[in-house]
Design a protein around this ligand. Structure first.
Ligand SMILES: [Zn+2]
Ligand SMILES: [Zn+2]
Ligand SMILES: [Zn+2]
Length: 219
């Protein structure tokens, strides 16, 4: 595979795009993402929601004594608000539901059970469900969106040469990312074949392209 195409793959991967190599040819790769069929928001099949109220998991610990929230990543189980000087410290942080009016927080019997299981969002506690609805619009419908991705970076940019390249390599719905140098800067543009954007404008950042191609509805 060409080095430039490989760099583009890494750049998209760094932006959380799932991609894989094509087994047809090495001048393109394929990107894919699970999105809501209705509003195109990313769909997270491994997101957990509270069994009792449907609140999603924000990956926070809640201190069972003072109610303080803290991120679960790299965070100790001891609350520094409750135990500022390490005196008699206890691990009081649990994976509780962050919705204050959830019965797992308001009903003391249920809360006792939840705490004994380390919290609603403890993996394998049986107190959470895989989220099967879009977090943006609530639709349960989701689909994989995928594109074959080509990189066109011949310089200087020449539109007739570009047309020849497209005719030779590309099909409808393929994504071509265009790249060129201008005033010591790298400029990007893109085209989805068959979408009628035949005068590439080189006026976008890679991030903008990622947002736009994921919002593009194939159907
Ligand atoms: Zn809840
Ligand atoms: Zn505390
Ligand atoms: Zn949605």
């Amino acid at each position: 595979m060409q080095t430039n195409l490989r760099s583009l793959m890494f750049a998209l991967k760094a932006r959380d795009i799932e991609l894989y190599l094509s087994n047809e040819a090495d001048e393109h790769f394929v990107i894919t993402r699970l999105v809501c069929s209705k509003c195109n928001t990313d769909f997270y099949p491994d997101l957990l929601e509270c069994y009792f109220c449907g609140e999603i998991n924000y990956y926070l610990f809640t201190c069972t004594e003072c109610g303080d929230f803290s991120s679960i990543t790299g965070s100790s189980r001891v609350c520094r608000k409750c135990y500022p000087n390490k005196d008699g410290e206890k691990p009081t942080k649990k994976y509780l539901c962050t919705n204050a009016s959830c019965v797992s927080n308001t009903n003391s019997e249920i809360k006792k059970i939840v705490i004994s299981k380390d919290g609603v969002f403890k993996r394998g506690s049986g107190l959470n469900l895989s989220c099967t609805y879009c977090i943006n619009c609530g639709s349960p419908r989701h689909e994989y969106k995928s594109f074959r991705v080509f990189l066109y970076d011949k310089e200087p940019f020449d539109s007739s040469n570009y047309q020849i390249y497209k005719d030779e390599h590309c099909e409808v719905e393929d994504l071509i990312i265009l790249k060129k140098h201008e005033n010591n800067q790298i400029k990007y543009g893109y085209e989805i074949i068959g979408k009628g954007t035949d005068a590439p404008s080189f006026d976008k950042t890679l991030d903008k392209i990622v947002v736009e191609i994921l919002a593009y509805n194939q159907h």
